[in-house]
Design a protein around this ligand. Structure first.
Ligand code: MN
Length: 299
C-alpha cells in the first residue's frame, strides 16, 4: 500500500518521489503516542510523520497533548507538516486502524467531545487496553496525577549546566546582598533543591498512577504527560510512558506477539525527510541522532 504524494508547494520532484516510496510499514498490534504538541514550533512533525508512515497497527492511541491548544491560543502556529500528521492519522482510521484519542491538559478542549467520534477517531476520557497476552492496561494522559510542578522538569534538565553559571552569578548576587546587609543566600543550592524536587515529583507521579491502576484491579498503565518514555514494574504494576514528540521522539508499541516496547525514533537512521522546512523551522527538523536535543518543559 502506498500513500499518494502530497501537494507540497515547495517540494521538488525528487522530494515528491521520496514522499511515496514503497515502504513496507512495520506492523504492531497497538501503538501509543502522546505529547506531540502540534501547533507549536517545538513539535517534531517531520519525524512524527516518518514514524506514522513506517508503522501500522490495529490500535492507535493518541494519549493526550496531541494539539497544543494552550500555545495556539497564545500564538497561532500551524505548519504544513502538522496538517500532514492529522491527515495521516485520519487516513489510518479510514483504513481500519482503531484510533482512540484521549485528550490531555494542553488539548483539554477536546474533553467536551468525549465518547463522540470524528472521522473514525473516538474520543475517550480514558481507555483500558487488553494486550494479546491478556494484560489489562489503563490508558490515560496522566495530568490528573499532576501536582502543579510545572517547570520542575525543565530545571532537572538544565540544572547541571546551570551550576557553573549560578556559582558565578551567586558571587555577584551575594556581593549586592552583603552591600545591603543581607545574609548569604545560595542560588545554586536553591536550584539543586529544585532539581531534587523534580526527580521526586516524577517518582511521585509514577507511583500515584501505578496505585490507581492497582486499585482498579488492572495490570498496568500507559500514560504520557511527563515526556519521559519508560517501561518498568512498580510493584506488581507495569508502568508505561510513551514519551513525547518534541524532544525524545518516542512511542510505546505492543508487538503482534503481545510484548510492550519503546521505539526511539532518534535512533533510527531515518531517511531524510522529504519535507522542505523553511529556515525558522529548521530546529524542529528530523529524527537525526546528531541533532542537539531540545530542552522543553513538560506541562
Ligand atoms: Mn500534558
Amino acid at each position: 500500500m502506498r500513500d499518494s504524494p502530497h501537494d507540497l508547494p515547495d517540494a521538488s520532484a525528487a522530494q515528491r518521489d521520496a514522499w511515496a516510496p514503497d515502504i513496507e510499514p512495520q506492523r504492531y498490534r497497538a501503538i501509543w503516542i502522546s505529547d506531540t504538541h502540534l501547533g507549536t514550533p517545538t513539535c517534531q512533525a517531520p519525524a512524527l510523520l516518518d514514524f506514522l508512515r513506517r508503522t501500522e497497527s490495529e490500535y492507535l492511541y493518541l494519549v493526550g497533548d496531541i494539539i497544543d491548544g494552550w500555545q495556539l491560543k497564545r500564538r497561532w502556529y500551524w505548519h504544513q507538516t502538522h496538517n500532514d500528521v492529522v491527515q495521516k492519522i485520519l487516513r489510518k482510521a479510514r483504513r481500519g486502524t482503531e484510533v482512540v484519542y484521549i485528550p490531555g491538559n494542553h488539548d483539554d478542549a477536546a474533553r467536551h467531545y468525549v465518547d463522540l467520534a470524528f472521522g473514525g477517531i473516538t474520543i475517550r476520557h480514558e481507555a483500558v487496553h487488553k494486550t494479546a497476552r491478556g494484560l489489562r492496561l489503563l490508558v490515560t494522559h496522566g495530568d490528573s496525577f499532576d501536582a502543579v510542578v510545572r517547570c520542575a522538569r525543565w530545571l532537572a534538565h538544565v540544572g547541571d549546566t546551570l551550576y557553573g553559571i549560578t556559582l558565578r552569578l551567586n558571587r555577584h548576587f551575594n556581593a549586592v546582598r552583603a552591600h545591603f546587609g543581607l545574609p548569604y543566600w545560595s542560588l545554586s543550592q536553591f536550584l539543586k533543591h529544585k532539581v531534587k524536587n523534580a526527580v521526586s515529583y516524577i517518582t511521585a507521579f509514577e507511583e500515584a498512577i501505578a496505585r490507581e491502576a492497582r486499585e482498579r484491579g488492572l495490570d498496568g498503565v500507559v500514560c504520557g504527560h511527563i515526556h519521559k518514555a519508560e517501561i518498568r514494574n512498580i510493584g506488581d504494576i507495569v508502568y508505561c510512558n510513551d514519551g513525547d514528540w518534541v524532544e525524545s521522539l518516542t512511542a510505546l508499541v505492543e508487538t503482534t506477539a503481545g510484548d510492550l516496547e519503546i521505539l526511539h525514533w532518534h535512533d533510527r537512521a531515518a531517511a531524510p525527510s522529504p519535507v522542505e522546512l523553511d529556515e525558522s523551522n529548521e530546529e524542529s527538523f528530523n529524527a537525526h541522532p546528531d541533532r542537539d536535543r531540545r530542552v522543553v518543559a513538560a506541562g
